[in-house]
Design a protein around this ligand. Structure first.
Ligand code: PLP
Length: 440
């Protein structure tokens, strides 16, 4: 297949550029039209296997599934919006009860919003309220959103923060990015030098640990490059929070909702947080965010946090139908995602060993990535090589998205069929091979 970029596609892109402020568009011209299952189609009917899921939003299939769409349609005819932070209504209650059932014992209470960034804004405020402390720790490489509070936590790319300061109250610390260890050490010989650093420097020279309200983490760093820390890493981070009365806040906006084969990605590391945030796939295509807090933290005072559209009935109808699907199929999805993830990682690791430009392959479940480098020895980020791979894959009918400086994330719907996964991995490998030509 060579995707034809027609006059119509070019015109839509041109009209878009004329009126919309620039965002973060991909290097290839995908103009979405419709989608179903493992596939997305553009306005000219070009068909793409979707390994991006519209940035991890369609975990249960492109355009969700029939049960979600039916629930949305029915709710539209009944009542769309019910001012849920002012009045009561049953649907959000039912959804909240279902959602909490997916959480560890002791959870909890929740707040509904419209996006990942808002879920994190709420988490910042709740952590400050619960601890009566103001400072926050977050990681370099983190992406928690783009509104001002969440952006203070974000430290993924400097362009995302440039000119938007001042930021206050957040101290960033190095993440366990072992492929590019900031301390030039290797795990496990390093003895978690990166964790010692947090204790020895930021938490003794810059901040008193007793003044820190929360430590924000992504179980797998997402926009930062799909970085998976060592298995015991978050136990060390949890210890820092417990020893000092801070709250551990897990941002599961991208990593959660069964993407790693567990409802919460943090469960892969044997650690429970005090507050979780979710969005993206939670609404199966409609906007919804949730901030879920441990019961032990109690409640917040009336009037201290609210919004207009949190608990919007159409979004909640979608989220409820979707979580019912997850809950009904949980066991099957868990084992399927793990099995598919093992196979995908095997294929990506083979690419790592075969091609000079694949520096690292990593991931859990169906949240995986390859990091593209100019060559394995220098590890210089292969930015141009990555672009070439994304473009060639697109041209051959595969949608992929970048992450970090030079990684490619691979996040198909978790319901993808084995044969489509294989087909997509074959297209990816051919694109990698072609970008690699002349290097080996
Ligand atoms: C881990 C994480 N947190 C927060 C956000 C922000 O979510 P939203 O774009 O819905 O505000 C994102 C978005 O990519 C994310 O990946």
């Amino acid at each position: 297949m060579a995707v034809k970029i027609t006059k119509r596609i070019k015109d839509i892109i041109e009209r878009d550029r004329r009126i919309f402020l620039t965002t973060t568009r991909e290097p290839y011209p995908f103009v979405a039209d419709h989608g179903e299952g493992d596939y997305s189609f553009d306005v000219e009917g070009n068909k793409f296997l979707d390994f991006a899921s519209y940035i991890s939003v369609y975990n249960i299939g492109i355009n969700a599934n029939a049960s979600v769409r039916k629930a949305i349609k029915a709710q539209v005819d009944k009542l769309m919006h019910a001012a849920f932070t002012d009045y009561y209504s049953e649907l959000p209650v039912e959804f909240g009860e279902e959602l909490i059932r997916m959480f560890p014992k002791g959870f909890g209470k929740l707040f509904l919003s419209n996006s990942g960034t808002e879920a994190n804004e709420a988490a910042i405020k709740f952590a400050q309220l619960f601890t009566k402390r103001t400072n926050i720790l977050a990681f370099y490489g983190a992406f928690h959103g783009r509104t001002k509070g969440a952006l203070s936590l974000t430290a993924s790319k400097s362009i995302q923060r440039a000119n938007f300061g001042p930021f206050s109250g957040v101290v960033h610390v190095p993440f366990a990015y072992c492929y590019r260890c900031p301390f030039n050490l290797s795990y496990p010989g390093c003895g978690f030098a990166c964790v010692d650093y947090i204790k020895k420097y930021p938490l003794s020279k810059e901040l008193s640990p007793k003044e820190v309200s929360a430590f924000f983490i992504e179980p797998i760093q997402g926009e930062g490059g799909y970085i998976v820390p060592p298995q015991d890493y978050f136990k060390e981070i949890k210890k820092i929070t417990e020893d000092n009365g801070m709250l551990l806040v897990a941002d599961e906006v991208q990593s959660g909702y069964m993407r790693t084969g567990k409802f919460l990605a943090l469960d892969n590391f044997g650690v429970t947080a005090d507050i979780y945030t979710m969005a993206k796939s939670l609404g199966a295509g409609l906007p919804i965010g949730a901030t879920i807090v441990s019961k032990s933290l109690g409640d917040i005072p009336s009037g201290s946090h609210a919004n207009t559209f949190g608990g919007n009935l159409v979004s909640v109808a979608a989220a409820l139908a979707s979580i019912k699907f997850i809950s009904r199929n949980k066991r099957r999805l868990e084992s399927e995602v793990k099995r598919k993830g093992r196979h995908m990682l095997k294929r990506l690791k083979e690419m790592e060993s075969k091609y000079e430009i694949v520096g690292d392959a990593r991931g859990i479940g169906l949240m995986q990535a390859i990091e593209i480098v100019r060559d394995k020895k220098s590890k210089i980020p292969g930015v141009k090589e990555r672009e070439k791979i994304l473009e060639e894959a697109f041209d051959n009918g595969l949608l992929l998205m970048p992450a970090g400086e030079s990684s490619i994330r691979i996040i198909p719907p978790i319901t993808i069929s084995d044969s489509n996964m294989e087909k997509g991995l074959d297209i990816l490998e051919r694109a990698v091979k072609s970008a690699n030509s002349g290097k080996q």
